[in-house]
Design a protein around this ligand. Sequence first.
Ligand code: AMP
Length: 335
Amino acid sequence: MNVLRRPQPNSRRCFSSSSASHRTLGPFTLNTFRTAQERDPGKILRLVIFGKPGAGKGTLSARLVKKYDIVSLSTGDLLRQHIAERTQVGLEAEEIVAQGKLLPDEVMLRIVASKLDHIRNKHWILDGFPRTVGQGELLDAHLKKQGTPLSLVVNLDVPDEVILSRISDRWVHLPSGRVYNLSYNPPKVDGFDDETGEPLTKRPDDNPVRVNLQILSFRLTHEQEIFARRLTQFYASTAPLIAYYSRAAQMRTRLPPPPRRAHPHQLTFPRAHTLLLETLSGTTSDEIWPQLDDLVRRAFPALKETTTSLETRRRHSLGDAVLAAGMAAVSRSES
Ligand code: AMP
């Protein structure tokens, strides 16, 4: 039943959108305006993606954001933006980032928390954070205080050889974070961003390393050493983090497997406050994307597709229909 009632003085109700309708309602609110999170906290996607540098975290996050109504936060992008704008954090971060080292946990939490506080009722993805168990614990404590726990942890499993050759071909448009790859996603004009026409750069911590990890102990150039350090750091910090989240996931419930005799398209739903931990393997983002897409659709049925994504799909199915009609007409005329 929809009841018009005055909000309680200590009401935690929060309206992040539809401000026009709130204005019309004045001091009254409809209790059907509760946020999705308050109605069902388990249905909100709060995703952390792990993966080696160059594993495709950015590409896959961007695809999720393009397809669904999700906000993405990349700590690498945030830091690069701070560095470009020469903020206090940027000045502190510049040298550390260029050397492929990690910034202190507390500094990182401050940067991330200030952003998360603005999107607490939205579906979101964190890319590049947490990177240490200390950051994981700080993040959990912060989210617990907000009543918005993590709901999905994805571990991207891409072989080292693939990462090494991919990184050597990677170019970025620093202001936007758009990433190009000379092998499979080149810019329209060599060296320039497709949308702004501005020059592309190499990230100072990405370097052309065309060697196998096993021979990294031989003499390396300064740049190769930096990239090797990032990979070593990944192994040192991510293994304990995955263990940390798998303990947390066991303490909450897991996504139940589809019932044995279920219809192939039947959806299964996790219970509220579950934490899923999934490893997705592949050598390219195109290989991993369908797995990720399927996972988020199954586990978070409340996720809405963006209008652009729906429109593209509608155009494709219209195109398919026109093509099918054309082929039918041709085969009729031939018979
Ligand atoms: P990314 O683009 O995620 O590879 O991050 C680029 C660089 O930013 C890293 O090599 C670190 O120097 C720094 N950085 C990004 N995220 C973090 C984090 N969570 N903790 C510490 N340093 C970070």
